[in-house]
Structures are given as C-alpha cells and as structure tokens.
Write a new protein. Structure first.
Length: 128
C-alpha cells in the first residue's frame, strides 16, 4: 500500500466509525453513531442500505447479534483526500483472534467532520 494522504479529519472520522461499530449496548451505539454520522448519513454495503442514525445503529446491532464476541479492527492506515477516506477492516473474535470477515470501506465526510456516507465492500466472508 502506498503512503497515506490522510489528515486529522480523516483519521478522526474513521476512529469514530470504529467506536460506533464496537459499541456494545444500544445506548452506547446510539451515542457513538450520532457522534460519527450526520443525521441523514447513509451506510451501504452488499448486505445493507440504510439512512439515518437509527438505521445505521440497527445494522451494527444486527452484526453484533450475528457475531457475538467479535469486534471490528482497522487494517492499515487511513488513506484520504478532500472529504473522502478509505480503509480496510476485519471482524475479529475475542476468543481466538480469528477474523472470518474483512472488508474495505470508503467514507464521505461532512464539513463538521462527521460521516455523510459509507460505501462498504466485503473482501472475505465465511462460507455459507
């Protein structure tokens, strides 16, 4: 991977993104989503297409229900320019460190530093 062009705005947006994904309670998740996304923010990946804080938090809650005892971890550095950033991630088991799911996301960032849109891609998923 090439050297990152990310700035503090990009890094902060991605840090907040992972704080939201790793929040364990509905209350903590709602607070983290509000800090990370604009009110009309969106999240789109091959399995979901939602808008607004409640929709985004619901997708995150469903992921934690499907993968209890897992957390999301950033892979590598954030790469960004203007108000766009990209980064890799994986879903890691707290029990054994395995990471059955991995992906790559592109986020659009508003002037206030919060995310307006996430475009997610799944690179590795468990066999059905």
């Amino acid at each position: 991977m090439t050297a990152t062009n990310a700035t503090a705005v990009h890094d902060t947006a991605v840090t907040r993104y992972f704080e939201a994904w790793n929040a364990r309670t509905d209350e903590a998740r709602a607070k983290a989503v509000a800090a990370a996304w604009t009110e009309d923010g969106t999240y789109t990946d091959p399995l979901a297409d939602v808008a607004g804080h409640e929709g985004i938090a619901a997708v995150m809650g469903a992921a934690h229900e499907q993968f209890p005892g897992f957390f999301f971890r950033q892979l590598g550095a954030v790469d960004g320019h203007h108000r766009v950033a990209r980064f890799g991630w994986e879903l890691v088991s707290e029990a054994d460190g395995s990471a059955p799911v991995a992906g790559f996301d592109v986020v659009e960032i508003a002037g206030d530093g919060r995310i307006t849109a996430v475009h997610g891609f799944l690179d590795r998923v468990p066999a059905a």
